[in-house]
Ligand binder design. Structure first.
Ligand code: AMP
Ligand code: GLY
Length: 422
């Protein structure tokens, strides 16, 4: 199979790493890729949100199967364009991707599906939204409706914070994402990420993970894209997993199917679990980053078989073979992230890192320049370990950090602390 992978993050490096191990992968291409991906795939410069450009590349390079990593191309309809051209693709249609690209849409689907989630109201009008929050309990959650790269959500602890968040959204701080606001009840509990693959009709749970969204140790400070993750998530017990499938995921997928927008791809359910009962925080229509890195580390080569079965609608013939293992990843980010940070610093020591099924450094914001690996993003490396216990996985991930010599970077030293303390 000739395979094209779209994306350039740690998520996509881990997918490339897993896919390349599968004998069914004859030739792996990626766009745009990064320094890590370029070691296992041929990287092409391509506007991945342009369906015609991607379809043209596929024709020119005899691509049989496309894996779409990030939400941008999905929301832009790249999967639709490829399917129309007869190309097999892993990733939902633009209509199905609205589960992530419109928070209001996701809420409406949950309502029809009777899936447990926070109570909500939505507004296109600033004054109506401002009036609403004055009458609601605090804390309250204010969300821009559309894609805002994870930055469109404010958990407001006071009414004035909520009002400021509403103003930010209607003042256009999130561009197109800001013409509408969703205001939600604040849920308490433990957060976890739950992943399901679906071929439009059949669904298989793919596993759970927990990520650390805050930049600082002890889970404090500003939100980031994720500073580390581990899988499985202890909060997602077998009973919780069954409830998530029965009460949230399956009813959602049925509604999506029945309304003529069947869901094909990976569905990422962000959960809040309290007293063993899961509620949905949000849906994403892609793998989480860095959650994907720990899932791929555990799945290995079978990830390709699963994704291809999704694309071909034969998930009913497939199963996920889980080992009784754990994986943990530590993000190395550029100093300053998630605020402003420098670019162009050289990362040394990568060659000393072992690369096998227990230890991997997945690249995110890296480039190869004159034979050197250079940082050019906020989140730059994902030091990933696998082991028979979470402690072993964590030890491997942190041992990788010992090899890396990059003064302009930082990482958290406490990834997995809650689960490790259990
Ligand atoms: P989202 O982008 O919707 O996942 O929101 C980002 C983060 O905000 C989540 O990971 C939660 O920590 C928090 N959050 C979002 N919605 C709620 C809610 N209704 N109750 C409590 N926390 C929430
Ligand atoms: N790590 C959170 C996300 O990918 O949305």
């Amino acid at each position: 199979m000739n395979i094209l992978l779209l994306g350039s993050g740690g998520r996509e490096h881990s997918i490339a790493w897993a896919v390349a191990q599968n004998p069914a992968c004859d030739n792996l291409m990626a766009a745009p890729g990064n320094a890590g991906i370029s070691k296992i795939a041929k990287c092409a410069n391509l506007d991945i949100a342009d369906g015609d450009a991607v379809a043209g590349f596929c024709k020119g390079n005899a691509v049989d199967f496309v894996i779409i990593g990030p939400e941008g191309p999905l929301a832009a309809g790249v999967a639709d364009r490829l399917r129309d051209a007869g190309i097999s693709v892993f990733g939902p249609s633009a209509s199905a991707a609205r589960l992530e690209s419109s928070k209001r849409f996701a809420k409406e689907i949950c309502q029809i599906a009777n899936a447990p989630t926070a109570r909500y109201a939505h507004f296109n009008d600033r004054d109506a939204a401002r009036e609403h929050v004055q009458n609601e309990a605090i804390p309250i959650v204010v969300k821009a409706d559309g894609l805002a790269a994870g930055k469109g959500v404010v958990v407001a602890n006071t009414v004035s914070e909520a009002l400021a968040a509403i103003d930010d959204i209607f003042d256009g701080r999130f561009g197109d994402a800001g013409s509408e606001v969703v205001i939600e009840e604040f849920m308490t509990g433990q957060e976890a990420s739950f992943f399901v693959i679906c071929d439009g009709t059949n669904a298989l749970p793919l596993g759970s993970a927990q990520d650390h969204k805050r930049v600082g140790e002890g889970d404090i400070g500003p939100n980031t894209g994720g500073m580390g993750a581990y899988s499985p998530a202890p909060a997602v017990t077998e009973d919780v997993s069954r409830k998530v499938m029965e009460e949230i995921v399956n009813p959602t997928l049925k509604v999506m199917h029945d309304r003529g927008t069947p869901y094909q791809g990976v569905l990422y359910a962000g959960l809040m679990i309290e007293s063993g009962d899961p509620r949905l925080v949000e849906y994403n229509v892609r793998f989480g980053d860095p959650e994907c890195q720990v899932l791929m580390m555990r799945l290995g080569a079978q990830a390709l078989d699963l994704m291809h079965a999704v694309a071909e609608g034969r998930l009913n013939e497939t199963r996920v073979n889980w080992a009784d293992d754990h994986a943990l990843t530590v993000v190395m980010a550029a100093k300053g992230y998630p605020g402003s940070y420098g670019k162009g610093s050289v990362i040394r020591g990568l060659k000393k890192c072992p690369e096998d099924n227990f230890n991997m450094v997945f690249h995110a914001g890296t480039k190869e320049e004159n034979g050197k690996t250079v940082a050019y993003g906020g989140r730059v490396l994902n030091l990933t370990g696998r082991g028979s216990t979470l402690r072993e996985a964590a030890a491997r991930a942190y041992a990788l950090a010992e090899h890396i010599n990059w003064a302009e970077g930082f990482h958290r030293n406490d990834i997995g602390w809650r689960a490790l303390g259990r």
